[in-house]
Structure formats: C-alpha cells, structure tokens
Design a protein around this ligand. Structure first.
Ligand code: AMP
Length: 180
C-alpha cells in the first residue's frame, strides 16, 4: 500500500472539534467511508495487513468497527463476529466493563462466537485511549483462541493507546493523526 494512497484517505477524514464533549477532536471517518476511492484503499490496506496470517474470525467493535471489520472478513474468507453494547446480542454472552475517552461502557460477545481453533483479528475504526480495545482483547483472550491480533483504521498518537496492550500482541493501524 502506497503512502500517498493512505494520505488520500487521511485527507478526507473530517475533524469535528469538541464532539461529543469539549476538548475531543473527533475524527469522523464517515467522510472516508462515503468516498469510493478512500473506501477501496482502506479495504485493500486492511487485506494487505492480514492476508497471510491465517485469520479465521474478524471481531468488529460496535458500531464503527462493523464497517471495516465486515469488509476485512469477506476479503479474508473469514467469519465476522460482532462485539456489541449490552442487551443487543440474543444468545448467551460474556461481557466486560471499560473506561472510554469520554465515559464508561460495557461490551458483550456471544459465548460461542470464538473457539480454541480460531486465529482472530479484532478491528475498530479508531484507537484513542485504547480502553475499548483492551476490554475487547481481554474478552476475546478469555475464549482461548490460538492467536489474537489488534487492528484499527486510524490511531491518535497523542493518547498513546498502544501502550495499554501487552508487548507480544501485534497492533496495526493504516494511518495516524498526532491528536490527543
Ligand atoms: P478508546 O477506548 O478511547 O480507544 O476509544 C475508542 C472508541 O471511541 C472507538 O470506537 C472510536 O470510534 C471512538 N472514539 C474515541 N475517541 C475518538 C475520537 N477522537 N475520534 C473518533 N472516534 C473516537
């Protein structure tokens, strides 16, 4: 994937100051998802990162992680597993509470969604503090898959969310911004 292609995607990400609370520079990826060229570049970039890893399940975090996660699962011939807010998944779940950049939240996954044969990549649109992904990682890890990877489309370097994850976990993003 060429840097200028990723720069093209970055250039169409919209920055919304003070959303949803004062002080947050919200990176609105909907403007990149609606751009056909940017969408193709993100799709290709994600596929390039994981095509040789033997991924069997892509776990997408509600809601913005469903978009890239589902694209990636289809391209990898893998299954897609949603991680959702409480009360949305109909069968038996396990859950985890976590702190976010703004507020706290809970995520759930179906108990039978991941098996010990799976090689999993967990995907979300954006890494901020890392709290959401860390909760997702701990949930998925507790299901004993063979291996777990972590992926984002975009990373906010100023928050250093990466530092939360164990050193032996491979964490990737397609592009980053310097923001906190
Ligand atoms: P965090 O747990 O702090 O890493 O927050 C990540 C989640 O919140 C992701 O699902 C993002 O979609 C969303 N999020 C947090 N901060 C931002 C931001 N500055 N811009 C866009 N999305 C954000």
């Amino acid at each position: 994937m060429k840097q200028e292609q990723l720069d093209k995607v970055k250039s169409v990400v919209r920055n919304i100051p003070d959303f949803p609370v004062p002080g947050i520079q919200f990176k609105d990826l909907t403007t990149a998802f609606k751009d056909p060229e940017a969408l193709q570049i993100m799709r290709q970039g994600l596929h390039d990162l994981y095509k040789d890893k033997g991924i069997t399940k892509v776990v997408g975090i509600e809601a913005r992680g469903f978009i890239g996660g589902a694209m990636l699962a289809v391209d990898l011939n893998a299954g897609f597993v949603p991680l959702r807010k409480p009360g949305k998944l109909p069968a038996e779940t396990i859950q985890k509470e976590y702190a976010k950049e703004y507020g706290t939240d809970v995520i759930e996954i179906h108990k039978d969604a991941i098996s010990s044969d799976d090689i999993v990549v967990i995907h979300d649109d954006l890494l901020a503090t890392g709290g959401t992904m860390m909760a997702a990682y701990e949930l998925v890890k507790s299901m004993n898959p063979k291996k777990v990877y972590i992926n984002f489309i975009c990373e906010l370097l100023g928050l250093n969310g990466r530092a939360l994850f164990p050193a032996d976990v491979e964490v990737t993003s397609l592009f980053d911004f310097p923001d906190k």
